[in-house]
Design a protein. Sequence first.
Length: 120
Amino acid sequence: MQIKTVEKNHTLCAIIQGSGVFVTDVQSALDLMMRAKYELKTKNIVLAKEQIAEDFFVLSTGLAGEILQKYVNYGGRIAIYGDYSHYTSKPLKDFIYESNKGHDVFFTATEDEAIDMLTR
């Protein structure tokens, strides 16, 4: 895993790069957020959907809720980009829709859109 930073509109984002699953549980998500916060001095994280365990997108596991609640509690913001079209779960689609109306958690199609959401 590598992390690059991008600044837009005077806001710094940490872009997670590399193939593999980097967020597998709450602790790995917190470790990533703290690394961005203390090493890169940003609370904004951009991740590809493929870098998060698939259980995250099965809302009944509770993983998404736990991770995102920790991010919000600790002042972190996250944008996850990728193709969500193959998910058929109405609760997941509703969750994505509602998240995108907020200020801290976003689901987008592309990395550029994810950066835009965190820097608007």
